[in-house]
Design a protein around this ligand. Structure first.
Ligand SMILES: N[C@@H](CCC[C@H](N)C(=O)O)C(=O)O
Length: 261
């Protein structure tokens, strides 16, 4: 699976985060999470999320599962239901008996202004123009902005070329994560994600949720979907607009380390 480097009670500059994210260290990561005290008595923790390029972001689905594992491993809590907040608001993490983590990711935002995405009105499928081509995509916010494209074969999808063009497209004023989804059946998709501020990653939890939301709105998917990403599989459940998205998947402790910056 993906590697999330998680640190505690430290402050890092954007430059230091970029240095840490550099794969040449051999401990590269796509996102860094920093634990902070909760700001509300109903919460167990607050944490901040940084992309590999040092930008601070609102939400991270894989990070949420890793966070649940981290706080229990470090003895910061022994709860199996953990209430947390991130820049995008409150979410709840549930550690299952088999060690997998389910995250209630909240209600996806579909209104263009809330993504944010520039559009005259809300649509299920938008047409976007890049310099070279016309692209059809669905758009949703899972706390962070996502566009999802339906492709016939994800293994040859232009993730590395079209991904960055759409990430920085002028219709996404805060940039976006770009998912390339291949529908195998209404219950099963393959997905690759070009992540804002991180490039193509092995897995993206919010990207998996956004793909299921978009696929369901486009009438291609049912309410329960297995999402196969290069790093592993996630199970996503969504009962339609106004309902929260639930994500279940693994989180593995990889190693402990200490770095001098
Ligand atoms: N990989 C994450 C998403 C991380 C944030 C994203 N790159 C962004 O900028 O919004 C996930 O698992 O959800």
């Amino acid at each position: 699976m993906m590697v999330d480097a998680v640190s505690q009670n430290i402050f890092l500059t954007k430059e230091q985060i970029k240095q840490l994210a550099d794969r040449n260290f051999g401990v590269g990561f796509d996102q860094l999470l920093m634990v902070e005290p909760p700001y509300d008595p109903d919460l167990d923790f607050h944490y901040r999320i940084f992309n590999a390029d040092g930008s601070e972001v609102e939400q991270c689905g894989n990070g949420a599962r890793c966070f649940a594992k981290f706080v229990r491993y470090r003895g910061l809590t022994n709860k199996t239901k953990i209430n947390v907040s991130t820049k995008s608001g409150k979410i709840t993490l549930y550690v299952e008996q088999d060690g997998q983590v389910t995250v209630n990711m909240g209600i996806p935002q579909l209104e263009p202004a809330k993504v944010p995405f520039k559009a005259q009105k809300q649509e299920v499928t938008y047409i976007m123009l890049t310099e070279q081509q016309t692209v059809f995509c669905g758009v949703a916010s899972m706390g962070n902005p996502h566009a999802v494209l339906d492709v016939t074969d994800v293994s040859i999808a232009p993730v590395q070329t079209l991904g960055p063009q759409l990430e920085t497209h002028e219709r996404f004023p805060e940039k976006a994560n770009i998912g390339f989804m291949q529908v195998l059946s209404p219950q099963h998709i393959k997905l690759r994600v070009w992540e804002r501020g991180a490039g193509e990653t092995l897995a993206c939890g919010t990207g998996a949720c956004a793909a299921v939301v978009v696929g369901q709105l486009q009438k291609k998917l049912g309410p329960q979907v297995r999402v196969d990403l290069p790093g592993g599989s996630l199970h996503i459940r969504w009962n339609g607009p106004g309902q929260p998205v639930k994500m279940t998947g693994p989180a593995e402790h990889v190693f402990d380390g200490q770095l001098t910056l």
